[in-house]
Write a protein that binds this ligand. Structure first.
Ligand code: GDP
Length: 230
């Protein structure tokens, strides 16, 4: 996890250090450095098959987290398109992948885990979808794993960490809802969560979809993971 998480982050940090860096190749003239993902994001579709072929074949970054962690809201904030991902009224109901096309890559929204009222069958079909997607998908370049900054990682979060480690994918940890903390807690909580997960603090990105804190840094790391700065 640690090595995997560090890779994209290091590249992103290197990029920040040298000015705006290079935008993704196929949109070089028009990507705004201030809002790197806020460009031609469009919904591709919802898919029950974890190995569905997307056309054209492009690298993917997946978003995953517990239901209600703020995943849809983060996706909207990252793409600058309010309403692109529906902010869920009924968490945990979906067992579909939702794919969004961005310049040169896809963002894939995986269904949230840990929905308290999900039955045994729903949990089993969730595992089938997400395990296969994370373990077998050849186009998967990295995963953004969302954790609510206010809470200690749950049992479901720790199970997800195991799966992510097994998958060997580069992982960026995005801490959500940073605006709900005081300034001092914004400094303390990432350290505590990093310790609980056995990670370094600089492997976690504090974000808030409300104030946009950390959103552009996260976007830069995603672009680095799909080779946008290469
Ligand atoms: P999902 O189930 O992971 O897709 O979570 P949603 O995006 O639907 O968000 C769950 C709830 O958290 C909604 O009421 C959002 O408005 C709220 N939320 C999400 N992100 C933030 C944030 O950064 N700050 C605050 N204050 N609320 C947030």
């Amino acid at each position: 996890m640690r090595k995997a998480s560090g890779r994209a982050g290091e590249r992103a940090r290197g990029r920040q250090g040298s000015g705006h860096g290079r935008p993704p190749r196929d949109e070089a003239a028009v990507v705004s450095p201030a809002r790197p993902l806020a460009l031609s994001a469009s919904f591709v579709g919802s898919f029950p098959d974890p190995l569905v072929r997307l056309e054209p074949a492009l690298p993917e970054v997946a978003l995953i987290g517990r239901s209600n962690v703020g995943k849809s809201t983060l996706l909207n904030a990252l793409t600058g398109r309010p309403g692109l991902a529906r902010v869920s009224a009924t968490p945990g109901k979906t067992t579909l992948l939702n794919a969004f096309r961005l310049p040169g890559f896809y963002l894939v929204d995986l269904p949230g885990y840990g929905y308290a009222r999900a039955g045994k069958a729903a949990r089993a079909s969730y595992r089938r979808l997400v395990d296969r997607y994370l373990l077998e998908r050849s186009t998967l370049a990295g995963v953004v794993w969302l954790l609510d900054v206010r809470h200690q990682p749950s049992k479901g979060d720790l199970e997800m960490q195991d799966l992510l480690v097994r998958s060997g994918r580069p992982v960026l940890v995005a801490l959500t809802k940073g605006d709900k903390l005081t300034r001092s807690a914004q400094l303390a909580r990432p350290r505590e969560i990093a310790a609980a997960l056995g990670l370094q603090e600089d492997q976690l990105q504090l974000t808030s979809s409300t104030t946009r804190v950390g959103i552009d840094d996260l976007a830069e790391s995603i672009l680095a993971a799909v080779g946008g700065t290469g």
